[in-house]
Design a protein around this ligand. Structure first.
Ligand SMILES: Cc1cc2nc3c(=O)[nH]c(=O)nc-3n(C[C@H](O)[C@H](O)[C@H](O)COP(=O)(O)O)c2cc1C
Length: 278
């Protein structure tokens, strides 16, 4: 199984350890030596100067109740690219700054255990790969390659990932949270990714757009496609765009046995990857 290896520890053999567990364990060990969490901003190569996003709109046309009633998974999109306004709004919903604390800390639209903020947000589109900088509300342009096809392949050919005008990617740097919370960190990080993903779903609904939260992918393949640093792991792919009226039934959800495989994250090095077609 890709991304999973056997590990021996304290006389016991753990046959399949996912990259998440390894990255987290490394984080905990490093944290024992160095109580400081790694810096939040890390230098990555860029292919152009940063894009400034328009300030988020704080009063939209749809109430939160209406967005809740309309939220659903959207897997078929019309061919219309997102504008900077939509991108800015979605990035802000996922991880944007919404206030400054009394201690001058910049706090976000999503709660975070101990304000450790382990999540990073990326956007893949026909123009390439972008990384969101919450403090600056800017996008770093990391790659000019359209990675949506590679992401679809990494998600066992879920073709709507290739066809969506944009894919928001949530990743985590586990050491930020494990430095403070040790073995509680995985639970906290998964919960935070859920908060961020729900914000994206509700925000896209409020913009009369649609999205789907995809965790059925091979971690290693997504990490390779995005060239993620070694201490960072992918958690969610969220294709987003304007819904096509004709929405397909999710093929990955049938039959029942594959649904269970697909939706339960297992110790197999995948994050709930869909079972291969029979
Ligand atoms: C953790 C998680 C993983 C998911 N992974 C996938 C996926 O890999 N592919 C997909 O098409 N939908 C995926 N979904 C979306 C679910 O299929 C969807 O939420 C469910 O069918 C309910 O439909 P609704 O979102 O329209 O209410 C995932 C949802 C969650 C919460």
């Amino acid at each position: 199984m890709r991304g999973a290896i056997a590990v021996k520890w304290k006389g016991r053999v753990f046959p399949r350890i996912s990259r998440f567990a390894l990255v987290l364990a490394a984080g905990i060990l490093l944290a024992a030596d160095a109580p400081q969490a790694p810096k939040k901003t890390r230098q990555r190569e860029r292919v152009a100067s940063n894009l400034q996003l328009p300030p988020p709109v704080l009063s939209g046309k749809m109430s939160v109740e209406e967005a809740l009633s309309k939220r659903r998974s959207v897997r078929r999109f019309i061919r219309r690219e997102l504008g900077l306004a939509q991108v800015g709004q979605l990035m802000w919903a996922a991880q944007g700054i919404n206030r400054t604390s009394e201690g001058e800390r910049k706090l976000r639209t999503v709660p975070s255990a101990g304000q450790t903020y382990p999540l990073e947000v990326y956007l893949a589109s026909q123009d390439g790969l972008f990384h969101y900088l919450p403090r600056e509300h800017q996008l770093e342009w990391l790659d000019r390659t359209d990675l949506r096809g590679a992401l679809a392949e990494a998600a066992a050919q879920q073709e709507f990932i290739r066809e969506a005008p944009a894919v928001i990617i949530l990743t985590a740097v586990p050491a930020r949270t494990s430095a403070r919370y040790g073995e509680q960190a995985p639970r906290y990080i998964f919960l935070e990714a859920g908060h961020a993903a729900q914000n994206v779903q509700l925000q896209s609904t409020a913009l009369e757009m649609g999205s789907v939260c995809v965790a059925g992918f091979f971690e290693e393949a997504v990490s390779e496609a995005l060239k993620l640093p070694g201490d960072e792991i992918p958690l969610y792919l969220i294709p987003v765009g304007w819904p096509d009226a004709l929405q397909p039934t999710p093929t990955y959800a049938e039959p029942l046995s594959s649904t269970v495989d697909a939706q339960l994250p297992g110790p197999t090095g995948t994050t709930g990857a869909p079972a291969p077609a029979k």
